[in-house]
Structures are given as C-alpha cells and as structure tokens.
Design a protein around this ligand. Structure first.
Ligand code: ATP
Length: 619
C-alpha cells in the first residue's frame, strides 16, 4: 500500500477497504461521519433539559455575572473618558485619584466575578456531563442483542466518551457566555449611540462586514476541525480494533500491515490537523484587519467631530475602548454558533442511542417468574436475525425439569440461536418459549435470567479479583459460599496456587488464566448463581484430556437437579444426555438418546462415525 500524498484520505481508505474487505470499519466511520448538523431548536431544548436540575444554582451565577460583569466592563471606558476630559484637562488631581480608584475597584470586581463564574459553571457543566454519561451508559446496558449486533464496540464507546465530551464547551461556558455577550453587545450599542449618535452609527455599519468575513472564515475553520475529528475518530476505531485483535494480528504476522495502515491514517490525521491549524492561525490577523476598518472610521470621523466640537478627546478614547469590547462578543457569538452546530451533531448521536428501544422489552405489567422447576418448551419457533433469512424454521422441543438436552449439528445449524431465545436475548418471530408453562415474554427479564444460567465457551472474565469474578453469579454471596462453589467444580486447587489466591487480580478477559481455568471459574460462577436451567455453550470444546476429565466431573456436580441444554462439538461428552437433538439449517432432524439415534442410523450416527474416524486417524 503506497503512502498517500494527495487527497490522502480517499487513497488510504480505498486501499484499505479493498485490501481487507472489512465492513465493520466502514460502519464505525460512517457512524462518526456525521460531524455537524443544522441548527435545531428542539434538540437544543432537549439538551437544555439536562441543565434543569441545576437551575437553582445556575440562575444566581448567570444573573450576578451578567449584571456585575457587564456593568464593570462597560463602566471603565466611560470613566477613562471622564478622567481625560474632566480630570486631566482641568488638572483636577483629586478627581483623577477617585476615578483611578473606582476603575481599580471595577477591575477587581470583574476579576472576582469571572473567577466565580468559571469555577461554578465548570462544576455544574461537569455534573451535567456526568448525568448524561450515566444515563447513556445505563441505557445502553439495557439494550438488546440486536442493537449490539449492528454496532461494533468502538462506535458505542465513542458516543459515551467523545460525543459526551464534545458537549463540554457548551455546558461549561457556552450558555452563560451567550447571555453575557448578548447583554454586553446591547449595552455597548446603547452607550455608543448615546455618547455620539453619528459616530456610533458610522461604526455600527461595519458590523455586517465583520459578520460576513468572520462567518465565512469560521465556516471553513469549522469544517477543517470537523475533518480532524473525523480522522481522529477513525484512528480511535482502528486502534481499538487492533488492540482487540492483537493476537490474531501477531498470529498471522500482520503487524507490518497494521503499522503501515496506522501510519497512513496518522499522516492523514496530521495533514488535516495542519490544514485546520493554519486556517485557525489566519483567523485572528484577518479579523484584526477587518476590525481596523472600524478603527480607521473611528479616528478619521472622530477627529472630524472633535474639530467641530461635537466630540471630546476623552469620548474618542472611550469609543476606541468600546469598539475593542464590541468585536469581542461578536466574535465569541460566531464561535458559539459553531460550537452549537458541533454539539448538535454530538447530541443527535447521543439521543439516537437514548431513543433506541430495547427490542426485547418487558410487557407493561410483567409477572415475576416464581421459583421454577425447570420445564422448558419451545413451541413451533420461527426466528430470523435478518429479515428473510430464517435461522430457526418452526422448532418444537421439550425438556422436562432436570433433563439434559444436547444440541448437535453443523456450524450455523441454529444451536446457539435456540439458546439465545431461551435466555430471551431475542424474541421469536413466531411461536413461544415456555418455562414452567409461562411464556417468557410475560415475565420480567430479571426473574427469567436469574433462573437461567449460561456458561459460554469463551468465558468472559472481568478485570477484578478471582473472587469478584465468581461472585458475579450472585453478588451477595459470602466468601465461604464462593469457595464452596469453587471446590465443587474443582477450581479451588488452581485458585489457591495463584499468587494471591482468591484475591489475585485478573485483567479484563482473564488473559493470565488458561482456557480450562477460565471455564472452571465460569462453572463456579454458574453454580453460585444456582439456576434451575443451565446452558453450556460448547463448554468443553478446547481443552486437554486431563482438564476435560476435571471439567466433566465439575459438570456432573453442576448439572445435578437442573434442566440443561448443552452444545458440544465433541460428541463423546454428550453421550449421557437424556435427549440429543440434531439440527440442520434451522430444522430439527432427529431427536432421541444416544443409543436410539445410533440404532436409527441417521445424521447423528453419521456424525459420530465421522468424528470417531477423524480421531482415530489423528492418533
Ligand atoms: N447476530 C447474528 N446476526 C445475523 N445472523 C446471525 C447472527 N447469529 C447467527 N446468525 C446466523 O444464524 C444462523 C444460525 O446461527 P447459530 O449461531 O445459531 O448456529 P450454530 O449452530 O450455533 O453454529 P456454531 O456451531 O458455528 O456456533 C447462521 O446462519 C448464522 O449465520
């Protein structure tokens, strides 16, 4: 892949897309491409609602800073004009002293008002962001699997971090500055027109020019920074993906490719930053130049007025000061508008997630599933992940309390889907799943899921201690209960050999533990949760014979008195199951015990023979 030189973003991207053919990246990027939105009052109001809980704290700050800040700022130039006209020209030392002390007092007042404002507004702004981040995170936690199927983790992460952060300016300074600036502008216009209507008008006519110049420049700058953010968000997504996939990358020795691609992205990002930064730097001088037109008018026309005794020198100096103060809020208002457009885009993305409804939602008044015996029935289930592509095509299956059911079939035949429906991670398109006669859509998710345990092949270990990880099954469990669970599934022996035993800290995904150890931990976790129905998804697929023996023993303990659904590719592990269900392309093809199915001589028989042949050839 050549290093992009001209329009690097298109080149780099196209090259990578062609090379990897990955859709997930494209998704993340598209998702983050919407960097700006047109102004939307409804959205602004919705954002404003987050300030509502703090209005009692905000209101006094806004009022005090608006009144005191504006007053002290606008009074000073007027005092200067008095100092020149009345004190200096008349040689009145006393008056000069009084005016100078008043000005000093006003400067001090301004200093304290600003300090107070920045400090408290920042605190409130952070509280608002805290609330927003909290509501976004807690909402996302409750969303259904369908939501996560459609979005890579990186894109969700970006919303909780970057998008919420980009509202920071608006909530910390934006709103208050907007009000202060408006008040200051109105004040200056009134003062200018009352000091000298002619000169005031002459200067105010330059305002549209300033708006046009600064408006168009700002637009270009804004787009340039949007571009930077987009590039950065692409880097973020790429880095997240690379770190998650580092094992695969190293296993396939693709590090160089990854580094090259990152280098391209980094270059693109730097170029786009350079462009934005150059534009940004040009902004100040260009605006100053435009402002100079106002200053020229002031001195040229002001001198004229002085000559005709229509203006004093002091007033001219005051005018010059006011003009300085005049451009400042105009500039800031332009900046604020930009800030708002960016905030609009971020808030739109945030609200899009907040508005997302869980597709698996509880009905209005769900019942609480009482303590179950463990009867499970799939009643003519049809299910599709994507419209028109059924994953289950009318499945009926029954498990009596305490029975063990093994699900067998080729990859993609629908085994995991059956399990997903039993946990109600998805709802069927047709048919019902019944637990002890209750349609699982009629009961609370909590009461269902707390009685259905699941042990996945790739056990997820959270960062924290081993103890915490087992406790995840039942948070109120005592240390004794945790250890008892670990002993029952033969996990205790390896845990006590770890550096800090049960308090050993494991990092996210439990990289310091072996696959078998992670599985034993997940058994302990499931045992502690004590569910009536237990699901084991390929739980014994990838471990050595010795660990497998341990795990088989652990499994026996785990299964006592529970209804279980087991997916196992190693058919030897499910021989003892009460019922083996053979699936193919979303249909149940065969059902029965091992002996029955072997006698039948159908698909299961073929699978067992094939596996036996494969294993004996491998030996
Ligand atoms: N999240 C998803 N989105 C879209 N389609 C999916 C999703 N998960 C599974 N599928 C599709 O549904 C069908 C059944 O998949 P399922 O995971 O149930 O198969 P499986 O028998 O468990 O396979 P394996 O043994 O490989 O785990 C497959 O065609 C698969 O491509």
């Amino acid at each position: 892949m050549s290093r992009p030189k001209e329009h690097p973003e298109e080149q780099g991207h196209a090259a990578r897309a062609g090379q990897s053919g990955k859709t997930s990246e494209r998704f993340v990027y598209q998702d983050d491409d919407k960097m700006e939105k047109s102004f939307d009052w409804g959205q602004l109001k919705r954002m404003g609602a987050y300030l509502k809980p703090y209005r009692r704290q905000l209101l006094p700050i806004i009022l005090a800073t608006m009144i005191l800040g504006t007053f002290s700022k606008l009074a000073i130039p007027y005092l200067i004009s008095l100092a020149i006209d009345k004190a200096l020209f008349n040689g009145d030392g006393n008056l000069l002293m009084i005016l100078a002390s008043t000005m000093l007092a006003l400067y001090l007042l301004q200093y304290f008002v600003n300090r107070y404002r920045i400090r408290y507004i920042n605190v409130i702004g952070q509280k608002v962001l805290f609330d927003l981040r909290y509501s976004l995170f807690s909402h996302i936690q409750q969303l259904s699997f369908r939501f996560f199927d459609k979005r890579p983790a990186g894109s969700v992460l970006v919303r909780i971090t970057n998008d919420v952060n980009s509202l920071q300016d608006l909530f910390t300074n934006g709103v208050v500055n907007l009000l202060i600036d408006c008040m200051q502008l109105i004040g200056i216009v009134i003062i200018l027109l009352s000091l000298s209507p002619k000169l005031g008008l002459a200067i105010i006519v330059t305002v549209p020019l300033m708006f046009i110049v600064s408006g168009s420049l700002r637009k270009r700058i804004r787009h340039a920074w949007q571009d930077v953010r987009m590039k950065q968000s692409r880097i973020n997504a790429h880095v997240a993906e690379c770190i998650q996939g580092i094992r695969v990358t190293q296993a396939f020795t693709q590090e160089k490719e990854n580094i090259k691609y990152f280098d391209d992205m980094n270059t693109i990002n730097k170029n786009s930053w350079d462009r934005a930064s150059a534009l940004n730097q040009a902004f100040g001088p260009i605006i100053e130049l435009t402002g100079a037109i106002g200053t020229c008018i002031l001195f040229w026309y002001g001198a004229n007025l002085i000559e005709h005794k229509e203006l004093t020198i002091g007033m001219l100096v005051a005018f010059a000061n006011y003009i300085g103060n005049f451009w400042e809020p105009i500039n800031r208002l332009g900046q604020m508008y930009n800030q708002m457009l960016v905030a609009m885009a971020s808030s739109e993305r945030i609200f899009e997630f907040l508005d997302e409804k869980a597709t698996v939602a509880e009905k209005d008044k769900p019942e609480t599933l009482p303590d179950i015996k463990g009867d499970v029935r799939f009643d003519n289930i049809v299910f599709e992940y994507e419209k028109g592509r059924p994953a289950l095509k009318g499945i009926s299956l029954e498990a009596k309390a305490g029975e063990s059911i093994a699900l067998v079939g080729h990859t993609g035949s629908g085994k995991s889907t059956i399990i997903n429906l039993l946990c109600r991670f998805y709802d069927p398109v047709e048919g019902r799943v019944l637990v002890d006669g209750y349609d699982i859509r009629d009961v609370t998710l909590q009461s269902l899921r707390s009685q259905v345990g699941i042990v996945l092949q790739d056990t997820f270990i959270f960062s924290g201690s081993i103890r915490d990880n087992i406790r995840f099954g039942r948070l109120e469990a005592t240390n004794e209960e945790i250890e008892a669970a670990a002993k029952a599934v033969h996990a205790h022996d390896f845990i006590v050999k770890l550096p800090d035993g049960y308090d050993t800290q494991v990092e996210e995904r439990g990289n310091m533990l072996s696959m078998g150890q992670r599985q034993l931990l997940s058994f302990a976790r499931a045992l502690l949760a004590n569910p009536r129905v237990l699901i084991l998804d390929e739980a014994t697929a990838s471990i050595d014979t010795e660990t497998e023996q341990k795990i088989q023993q652990a499994l026996k303990t785990l299964l006592i008195g529970r209804t279980s659904f087991m997916i196992a590719h190693r058919l030897s592990t499910i021989r003892g199951a009460d019922k083996i269900v053979v699936l193919d392309h979303g249909n149940i093809m065969e059902e029965g015990t091992h002996d029955e199915l072997m006698r039948h001589g159908g698909i299961y028989h073929g699978l067992v023979e094939a596996q036996y042949k494969f294993l004996s050839e491998a030996v």
